[in-house]
Write a protein of this length. Sequence first.
Length: 257
Amino acid sequence: MSNTFSGKKLLVVGGTSGMGLETARLLLEQGGSVVLVGNRQEKADAAQRELSALGPVSVLVGDLMTEQGMNHIRYAINAEHQDISLLVNAAGVFFPKPFAEHEEADYDMYMNINRATFFITRDVVKNMLAAGTRGSVVNIGSMWAQQAIGATPSSAYSMAKAGLHALTKNMAIELGGHGIRVNAVSPAVVQTPIYEGFIAKDEVEGVMNSFNSFHPIGRVGKPRDIAETVAFLLSEKAGWVTGAIWDIDGGVMAGRN
């Protein structure tokens, strides 16, 4: 077990499953402590139990779709966790739907997550600036922000993720001089619970397997594939990387089989 992140505290927004949970696991394995933000108490408690043998794990629970939930998380961060120096924004939902069928509620779902991400990140960064802390932020973007996929029409989702990519670059320019690096990763299809929102649980594996050949490397991603790169970007090994959007996509953006 390395001590790459010894003495560092990581906040993972959307940290109770998938890529966020796996990133938290890696940080703990490398000597850090983590604070997980989730939207369901039982899921947060399960994640805390799963990870606590590896190191210090705190959980914060709030519905980021609502202003009240967002503000609850922000209050808790400012009250209890002003010493956060690492942040991963991994919260997300994904419900493909044709553009012409989008309702306001569909649009709001994605934009409310972006709003919560924006203001939680702002509070964490303000605390870093006030303390003179060198820090690192990684946003989980998406290949869909860069390229439309006919099989999964996702206009509002893609618009929200493209906004996250743009936020990454703007923050990087503003904060670089303060020793705060900001990057994003742009995954293709990764096997996470996000797909269970619109695919029956017993069908997810088959649907995932059908996407293997979509990726030149020949398989969909696993949360660990993404987490390894996120942890690298958080670490000082990537000390000269900021404002980058890294494709972690099995080769999809390079071309198709």
